[in-house]
Design a protein around this ligand. Structure first.
Ligand code: ADP
Length: 634
């Protein structure tokens, strides 16, 4: 008879009831009168079994243990693997089932499971072993101490001191329940260190399987007597194991959901960033205050279903938003991306958003939103101040800032004198043409034209000089020139790249500090680099290289050198490059080097130029080392 396929619940017909009553009589007779033979008892048991009267079978077995032994599959060498499920006592089934499935909180469930298992099996000690990423770990231990049952829920590793590992691994491998009637006498496991040490007797080890997945093992032992775990009991325990596996898995899932919800709730309530939960239709069903504030809606709007993430999305962002949602549905989450939302008042808010969908409900997802307004403003401000900074620096270099007027006075006088002299001679010529008979008006007109041109030239010179004079006085500080060089190089990085200029620096560590005006020194360096770039841009052959080096010289000066591979200086006018208004460029002013020269002199230094080898120009300047900041390493 295939007992495994028999149902647990039976309906009893009137004829069957009659037969049962007869059997009961036989049973009572058997209990009370020895003369009723054992054969009758066997008949009674078989009858009960056939009609599914499991409680009665159990009762009979308890009073006459030999009966069940004779009836069940005999154990091979005292070991039963995959013992068949006997019919179960309905009351026990209900009790076990209710106890286990009633618990959803993992700790309580484990406690109930262990207590029920120990009680049902008549075990002395029990272990619940669960698999964590395929690795078995002891999750709980139940022990009977005198009359009390102690359950310890405490994760610990599987060790040979805790249980017979050979039995555990056997069960994990074959995924069948194993009953050892006398473990110490069982050849396959007798050598297990635990069994040897503890003189283990009855052992029952049940795999916990739910939906075909092995999630752990229930291990029970009774070392007081062999054969404690009869096949009949094992049926209840097997049913218990299967219920427990499902309940444990449910409890784990429930715990995960709870943990995740708690995390989301904490995040939502923290209002650090905007968070919303939305449906596939875009309807936002939950959102925190941070998000609502961002888009200008209130909780009432939310509850009335008036907040929809797709309606909040401007048309130009709709396509990318829908793409992101599809991606999130497919992969579970989407990389954060930037977009805009339309606020309730119609204005726009730039945001950074990340999306994730819930594992079990793909039609719902959570969005994490960061308001980018402040960041955008800061970025714009940074860009603007960077632009102004560059403008000022370039302006400084090209607007020909001057520090010592005296040196330039002669050149200025010369520059202004020239057009004035031309004006006066042209005026004389004009008078001459006017006095002629007849007056030559054409020549008069031309001389007036020349007078206007020269007066404008003089006016321009004066305007430029006025601009130079307005600059602020020198403000000195302790300065690391090498740092200023790197700062300027960062500023002209784009220009250097645009003109294919390769820069090399040789700046020693801990170059002594100088006392200087940072803005003016920066201007000198910028001017020299700009001149080198412009000079090298004129040539198309060979590499465009600029070498900037710094060192201290013997007389306590910091010496800075700029070597380029441009056309170099014209030997006939090399000493004139520092003169004001000396320029070889069509749009040049010829003031840059004059100003650099005067700045360096004002700092107590020197500036000079020469030829580079094999080609190009060398510009150098020196500034005295500051007395108070010689050693930077201190
Ligand atoms: P600008 O650049 O307006 O001409 P500067 O005073 O900066 O005024 O330069 C004066 C002149 O010195 C330039 O016109 C150029 O002829 C020469 N010069 C400056 N730097 C270099 C250089 N690195 N290589 C060759 N010639 C240079």
């Amino acid at each position: 008879m295939n007992t495994q396929s028999r149902p647990l619940h039976v309906t009893v017909s009137p004829t069957t009831r009659q037969s049962l009553a007869n059997l009961q009589r036989v049973f009572y007779a058997a209990r009370g009168f020895d003369r009723i033979s054992r054969v009758y008892l066997q008949d009674a048991r078989r009858g009960y079994l056939r009609w599914g009267a499991d409680g009665k079978v159990r009762q009979l077995d308890e009073l006459n243990p030999h009966l069940s032994h004779e009836e069940t599959t005999p154990a091979v060498n005292g070991m039963r693997i995959g013992a068949p499920v006997e019919r179960l006592d309905l009351a026990t089934v209900t009790k076990v089932s209710q106890a286990i499935s009633g618990e959803i909180v993992l700790r309580k469930l484990i406690d109930t499971l262990m207590r029920t298992a120990i009680e049902q099996a008549g075990a002395e000690r029990g272990l619940l072993i669960l698999l964590h990423a395929g690795e078995p770990r002891i999750e709980a231990e139940a022990t009977t101490v005198t009359d009390a049952l102690l359950v310890k829920v405490n994760e610990q590793p599987v060790t040979p001191i805790a249980l017979p590992e050979s039995v555990l691994h056997f069960v994990l491998r074959v995924r069948e329940n194993v009953i050892l009637e006398d473990a110490a006498a069982e050849p396959s496991f007798a050598k297990d260190p635990y069994i040897l040490e503890r003189k283990a007797r009855s052992i029952l080890c049940l795999p916990l399987i739910t939906q075909g997945k092995l999630i752990g093992v229930l291990y029970l032992e009774n070392n007081l007597a062999p054969g404690t775990f009869s096949a009949g009991r094992s049926s209840v325990l097997k049913m218990l194991a299967s219920q427990a596996a499902t309940a444990l898995e449910n409890s784990r899932l429930y715990g995960e959901v709870q943990q995740r919800e708690a995390k989301i709730r904490r995040l939502l309530d923290a209002n650090l960033i905007g968070i919303f939960i939305s449906r596939g239709t875009g309807e936002i069903i939950e959102a925190n205050q941070a998000f609502l504030g961002m888009v200008g809606y209130d909780r009432e709007d939310l509850l009335a279903g008036r907040v929809n993430s797709l309606d909040l999305t401007p048309p130009e962002w709709l396509e990318s938003t829908l793409d992101a949602r599809t991606e999130a549905k497919r992969t579970g989450a989407v990389q954060q991306f930037e977009k805009e939302y339309i606020r309730k008042d119609g204005s726009r808010v730039p945001v950074l958003i990340g999306l994730a969908v819930f594992d079990e409900r793909h039609d719902q997802g959570v969005g994490f939103v960061l308001d980018l307004t402040e960041r955008r403003r800061a970025e714009a401000e940074a860009r603007e101040s960077e632009r102004r900074y560059r403008e000022t620096l370039i302006g400084l270099a090209h607007a020909n800032r001057i520090t010592t007027m005296g040196q330039l006075a002669a050149s200025i006088a010369h520059e202004v004198n020239q057009p004035i002299a031309a004006i006066s001679s042209n005026a004389g010529a004009g008078l001459h043409w006017l006095g002629a008979q007849p007056p030559n008006l054409e020549e008069v007109g031309q001389t007036f034209g020349l007078i206007i041109r020269d007066s404008m030239r003089a006016g321009n010179v004066i305007r430029r000089i006025r601009a130079l004079m307005n600059k602020a006085p020198m403000q000195t500080e302790l300065l690391a020139i090498d740092e200023v060089i790197l700062e300027v190089l960062a500023l002209v990085r784009v220009e250097l790249a645009k003109h294919d200029v390769w820069v090399q620096t040789r700046l020693p560590e801990a170059l002594p500090l100088v006392r200087a005006d940072r803005v003016q020194v920066r201007q000198v360096i910028l001017n020299l680099i700009t001149n080198a770039i412009e000079a090298m841009s004129e040539i198309n052959e060979g590499d465009r290289e600029l070498l900037i080096s710094a060192r201290t010289d013997d007389s306590n000066y910091v010496l800075i050198t700029f070597r380029d591979t441009g056309p170099g200086l014209d030997p006939n006018s090399a000493d004139r490059v520092f003169e004001a208004f000396y320029t070889t460029k069509s749009d040049g002013m010829g003031m840059g080097l004059a100003i650099c020269h005067s700045i360096i002199e004002a700092h107590g230094g020197r500036m000079w130029a020469g030829a580079n080898h094999p080609r190009g120009a060398v510009f150098q300047f020196s500034i005295p080392i500051a007395q108070e900041g010689v050693d930077r390493s201190q």
